[in-house]
Design a protein around this ligand. Structure first.
Ligand code: NAD
Length: 315
């Protein structure tokens, strides 16, 4: 059966690259991007786009019926650092968009849903090293609470109504095509822009703050692989732990100086430090590796090389 794919929140850091990857795999006309704002020229020119608020149930139902959508990717959300400033708005966007889309799945309006969770589901009491798939969560941010509740709703709709919802707990994602959208790991993207522009960077996290991270190409591969895996292979219907790298701002700065020897970094931690300290240092993603063959391709050296090369080429 041919696919019709709808992406909600397609103009963000992940949605932009996900839309382009889906269009190149399944054909431009089969992949409908939507958001409340327009995206990059490359995204807007590469296929169909509709303006749509993912918290508007009638508009979602209308789009799903009109397009005969088969797969939905729900990427609209308010991220960790911004959500701490606007808790009620974050809860409204993050929960209602998901509950609306799950409900439309229960009504049989599509056959598969991807919805991302995050390492933010974990909290200060979670084991920090090699954090297991199933462990204490107790998230301490509004964003983390919304992701944890979302995971439980996803699992509920799968168990109770058979909605084929699939999910990954993304770590901090590093990309050059679009800027990150207000998360705690944004420093790991900003640092590359500033290194090339000014030769120095003031980091909002302490130098020894280790966090799980991943290059965007790996995150996109993981997403497409999970969506293509046979349903019977999937043992996790809350959200899969997904890992690749773990590094500190100091490690990343050292990696950048191998290309830019004069690069300087300073550290002025702000409120994001507290969020970062509540999250794991590294992730045990063995269940994803076992169930659907997940393997990351980018280590810190390769990621640094790709980021600097692409930003130089495209600036
Ligand atoms: P982003 O902030 O870059 O993009 C979100 C997009 O959603 C934006 O284009 C925004 O305009 C859109 N949006 C906001 N409100 C909307 C609404 N009411 N209706 C439709 N669209 C709306 O975020 P991202 O980094 O691309 O994240 C996508 C998903 O991945 C989110 O669920 C996020 O929690 C999750 N995630 C991201 C990271 C990361 O490092 N980027 C890590 C873990 C999880």
């Amino acid at each position: 059966m041919s696919k019709t794919i709808v992406i909600l929140g397609a103009c963000g850091q992940i949605g932009t690259e996900l839309t382009l990857a889906l269009r190149s795999r399944y054909g431009s006309e089969s992949v409908i991007a939507s958001d409340i704002r327009e995206g990059t020229a490359e995204l807007m020119e590469s296929g169909p786009f509709v303006t749509l608020d993912a918290t508007d149930f009638p508009a979602l139902e209308d789009l799903f019926r009109k397009t005969g959508v088969t797969e939905v990717y729900l990427m609209a959300a308010m991220l960790s650092a911004t959500a701490e400033k606007h808790p009620a708005r974050a809860w409204d966007l993050n929960m209602n968009s998901l509950l609306h889309v799950l409900e439309l799945g229960r009504m049989g309006l599509y056959s598969k849903l991807f919805w991302p969770s995050s390492i933010a589901v974990f909290g200060p009491k979670t084991p920090k090293e090699n954090t297991p798939q199933s462990t204490v969560t107790e998230p301490s941010t509004v964003y983390g609470i919304s992701k944890k509740a979302g995971e439980d709703w996803a699992s509920y709709y799968h168990r109770k109504y058979g909605v084929d919802v699939r999910s990954l707990r993304y770590p901090g994602l590093i990309s050059w095509k679009t800027q990150p959208g207000g998360g705690t790991t944004d420093y790991a993207v900003d640092i590359f822009h500033q290194a090339l522009k000014t030769g120095s960077y003031e980091c909002f996290l302490k130098k020894d703050t280790a966090l799980p991270m991943m290059y965007m190409a790996d995150a996109i591969d993981a997403t497409l692989q999970l969506m293509e895996a046979p349903a019977a292979a999937l043992s996790i219907r809350t959200s899969y732990n997904l890992g690749a790298l773990s590094f500190t701002p100091e490690d990343l700065a050292r990696s950048i100086t191998s290309d830019l020897p004069d690069f300087k970094i300073s550290y002025v931690p702000d409120s994001r430090q507290e969020i970062a300290e509540s999250w794991p240092h590294s992730i045990d993603d063995s269940q994803a590796r076992k169930d659907w063959g997940w393997e990351h391709r980018y280590d810190l050296e390769k990621l640094t090389r790709e980021m600097l090369f692409n930003l130089r080429e495209n600036s």
